[in-house]
Design a protein around this ligand. Structure first.
Ligand code: NDP
Length: 283
């Protein structure tokens, strides 16, 4: 345990674990949250070798660490490792937040609530009674399904390059809301109010094959990826007259805020943090 004191209290250790990890913005975000809320928190990034996740978590717990964020590629392993899980983590099949208490690991998944808070609170986009298209059927898509469906959209269609993955994902969540899945040919005649890109296509500079008629009037488009420049999907959305075209920077900060709340029971303010990160991204 550390013997350092800050804000008059002992400093608690938190970290993000992943591979790669050097690019992670989580230490900056949580340090800003800690300063803002005057919490005595030290947050670091830990690079974990493939195959070394369980050991790394064990070492962190033994050193007195209080909580972890988990990122690619360890979210599923974290799900298996924890002693208990929230409902949203249970359904997501992935854990991005671990709270450590009395050597017990509680696992949660804050990605979905991060997305929903960014859409609804930061950008004023109502999800209730809307038709939503979710592109992608990987970990990010699975992680956001319960919080999205709990907003009671009229429908949610999961579209994926490999159609069976989207169909299987929809079947896994049919009890939570009106959700269907299929390939890109299945959306040729459909129209949506909100389109969310949870594919890795933007990372590769690619655009999924979207029909020109996809968007309703006043549609909003959201790419979970973020970068200094608009992604191919964001450029497509602008060309197709979406009224709101957004990237995933707000989601990143909002999921972090939810993790911070789980650990410290205090909700940090996010607007200034998003603005600061945006400014850094653009320099
Ligand atoms: P996965 O590897 O688990 O899934 C990737 C998905 O993208 C699959 O459905 C895959 O389809 C699809 N895909 C990949 N390439 C293409 C392409 N060229 N065209 C169409 N579809 C494609 O990745 P994740 O789900 O973990 O992550 C997806 C994205 O979400 C990443 O960009 C990541 O950065 C972002 N993300 C952002 C977060 C944030 O806080 N802002 C949080 C979490 C994720 P198939 O099944 O056919 O292979």
């Amino acid at each position: 345990m550390k013997d350092i004191f800050d804000f008059g209290k002992k400093i608690d250790d938190y970290a993000v674990m992943g591979n790669p990890i050097s690019h992670s913005k989580s230490p900056s975000i949580h340090t800003l949250f800690a300063e803002q809320t005057q919490q005595s928190v030290l947050y670091t990034a830990i690079h974990v070798d493939l195959g070394g996740f369980k050991q790394a978590v064990g070492n962190f717990v033994a050193s007195g660490g209080k909580g972890l964020n988990i990122t690619v590629p360890f979210k599923q392993e974290a799900w298996e490792l924890v002693s208990s899980r929230s409902e949203r983590a249970e359904r997501a099949g992935a854990v991005n937040t671990i709270k450590i208490e009395n050597d017990q690991l509680f696992g949660d998944n804050t990605d979905g609530v991060g997305l929903v808070n960014d859409l609804t609170i930061n950008h004023g986009i109502e999800l209730k009674n809307k038709n939503i298209l979710l592109m992608g059927a990987g970990g990010a898509a699975r992680g956001v399904l319960v919080p999205l469906l709990k907003q009671n959209p009229s429908s949610l269609f999961i579209v994926n390059r490999t159609p069976d993955r989207a169909k299987d994902l929809a079947l896994d969540f049919f009890d939570v809301g009106n959700v269907q899945g299929g390939g890109y040919d299945a959306i040729a005649e459909l129209k949506f109010d909100i389109v969310i890109n949870a594919t890795a296509a933007s990372l590769q500079g690619e655009l999924p094959p979207l029909p020109d008629t996809l968007l309703n009037d006043n549609a909003s488009c959201y790419d979970m990826m973020y970068a200094a420049k608009p992604t191919p999907f964001m450029l497509w959305a602008t060309e197709h007259n979406a009224v709101k075209v957004l990237d995933g920077l707000g989601m990143l900060v909002e999921q972090a805020a939810e993790s911070f709340y789980i650990w410290r029971n205090i909700k940090p303010e996010t607007k200034n943090v998003i603005e600061k990160l945006r400014a850094e991204l653009n320099t």
